[in-house]
Design a protein. Structure first.
Lengths: 115, 115
């Protein structure tokens, strides 16, 4: 049973650089979510996909952030011109929607540090 | 707007004693409620959820939670704590029938179980 995987697990970058994270969901899960978690806080929703369609975006997702899920399988989250405030854990979750019941299963996260 | 409150930053309990981690929520309609656990440098691990029906929900590792609609609470419980239960616990809510799929999390409660 392979769960949600995320790469890289850690990323250190300098302010102004671009970074890209990858999420591989559980096989056959049709929804994929991105959340951001800062120290001492719970995860905050960023965006989600149903198959390849991006259906909802948070106001937290500034124009420097872009997410894709081109074939409805893996997803990438890119941050352009990183800022120190982008330092956080980026979590990916996937789910299989069956009627009204849905459980999101999370990956281990990518910890980003912007210097 | 949906919100979750976890009033205790930390809960301390001795091994073998019962534990309770508190959660209250606010939604405009009926909720789906979830508990997740996070170990250091790991993603969130699903414990249990309330969808409908019986107010007492049983989950993984001996945990259970009681949904109380009048008190808008969903407290997490376990009859006998283990040292290995020490972790960060998050309560989350999602509204039904709104089209919003995101989970809204509380700020987390650190559980410390002493030997």
């Amino acid at each position: 049973d392979t769960g949600v995987s995320q790469n890289p697990r850690h990323k250190i970058t300098k302010r102004g650089q671009n970074v890209t994270f990858r999420c591989d969901p559980i096989s056959e899960h049709n929804r994929l979510y991105w959340y951001r978690q800062t120290l001492g806080q719970g995860p905050e929703f960023l965006t989600y996909f149903q198959n390849e369609a991006q259906l909802e975006k948070s106001r937290l997702l500034s124009d420097r952030f872009s997410a894709e899920r081109p074939k409805g399988s893996f997803s990438t989250l890119e941050i352009q011109r990183t800022e120190q405030g982008d330092s956080a854990m980026y979590l990916c979750a996937s789910s299989l929607v069956q009627g009204s019941s849905e459980t999101q299963y999370f990956g281990p996260g990518t910890r980003l540090l912007v210097l | 707007a949906q919100s979750v409150a976890q009033p205790e930053d930390q809960v301390n309990v001795a091994e073998g004693n019962p534990l309770t981690v508190k959660c209250t929520y606010s939604v405009s309609g009926n909720p789906y409620l979830f508990w997740y656990v996070q170990y250091p440098n790991r993603g969130l691990q699903f414990l249990l959820k309330y969808i409908t029906g019986d107010n007492l929900v049983k989950g993984s590792y001996g945990f259970e939670a009681e949904f109380n609609k009048s008190q808008t609470s969903f407290h997490l419980k376990k009859p006998s704590a283990l040292v290995s239960d020490s972790a960060l616990y998050f309560c989350a809510v999602r509204e039904r029938n709104t089209g919003f799929q995101k989970l809204v999390f509380g700020t987390g409660t650190r559980l410390l179980v002493s030997p």
